[in-house]
Design a protein around this ligand. Structure first.
Ligand code: AMP
Length: 298
């Protein structure tokens, strides 16, 4: 079918999605799966394009999962636009969207949760109580519903990717996990559905996240490996921007997500920063590309 005219099947019911997955598997088809909360941007689409390449049938889920939001967080105002999402998915060759409601995902007497322990203790796990328990639980459920052979996640949510890989390994789920690089706006800001919350002034300040990562990269490449020194400069730079409040900035091991004292190729710098009321995250794995220009950060 020509680009832009791909027919996307919509599944709202868990049972219908499972029946479809069973049929595909019986036919020997390979299923790729991209879980999302919707309100698509190019970052989501890049994950879908990767999934398209890797399988015969590509499923995307759109579900704003209540169990991963704390009561004080933005569950109710999280941006949603199903028709726009469906059109965008069609343009990158998605075969099906799984779009369940809360009653289908968490029916009465629901009582089972997945707790991935060590890797969720730090960073976002420390500042968002229960967040990764919700993420792991909904992903385990989605994997049992969509029955994928391969699933694609973004490295933008690096700790989430580590959590999902750990769950899949520990629970012997037979699913390949692919981590994709962060897709950025031209000026470096990591794409996020939450960027729509930013005012024009806040949007300018939000550049301090990606630019401070570029600063960390430059320091590392110039030979600085002492985490405390890199963090000091990065935090100072972020604080010099209006509307910013640092939730955390840490350098951690890529497998354990425990803080380290020395930056190296097995470490990443991750940050969560509030810009006004909007909490944004970003990260950089030392030694990898960052795909942004870093001459403008001062
Ligand atoms: P979300 O809808 O925000 O829950 O994200 C769904 C998936 O898209 C997750 O695997 C995210 O890590 C991934 N993702 C979100 N933003 C980006 C981005 N800028 N670049 C690449 N992947 C992303």
């Amino acid at each position: 079918m020509p680009e832009g005219e791909w027919l996307v099947e919509i599944f709202n019911s868990v049972k219908d999605m499972q029946n479809k997955a069973n049929l595909l598997r019986l036919q020997g088809k390979k299923i790729a799966f991209v879980p999302t909360m919707g309100y698509f941007h190019e970052g989501h689409l890049d994950l879908m394009r990767e999934g398209r390449k890797r399988a015969d049938y590509l499923v995307v889920s759109i579900y704003v999962n209540p169990t991963q939001f704390a009561p004080t967080e933005d569950l109710d105002k999280y941006p949603r636009n199903f028709d726009r999402d469906r059109a965008m998915a069609g343009q990158v060759g998605v075969d099906a969207i799984f779009f369940p409601d809360n009653a289908g995902m968490y029916p009465p007497r629901y009582q089972t949760y997945v707790d991935v322990e060590g890797v969720t203790k730090t960073l976002c796990g420390a500042s968002r109580a229960g967040h990764f328990r919700g993420v792991a639980t909904v992903c385990a459920k989605l994997f049992n519903i969509v029955k994928p052979h391969v699933t694609i996640f973004g490295k933008k949510d690096f700790q989430q990717l580590v959590t999902i890989k750990t769950m899949i390994r520990d629970l012997n789920m037979d699913i390949e996990v692919v981590g994709m690089p962060t897709t950025r706006e031209q000026d470096g800001l990591a794409m996020s559905s939450r960027n729509v919350y930013l005012s024009a002034e806040e949007r300018k300040s939000a550049l301090c996240l990606s630019r401070s990562l570029a600063m960390a990269k430059r320091l590392f490449e110039a030979g600085e490996t002492e985490a405390a020194k890199i963090l000091d400069q990065v935090c100072g730079y972020i604080r010099s921007h209006a509307y910013t409040a640092i939730d955390y900035v840490k350098i951690s091991d890529v497998d354990t997500v425990e803080e380290v004292r020395t930056a190296g190729r097995h470490a990443f710098i991750a940050m969560a920063v509030r810009i006004g009321k909007t909490r944004l995250i970003d990260n950089y794995v030392f030694g990898e590309d960052l795909n942004i220009s870093y001459s403008e950060e001062r």
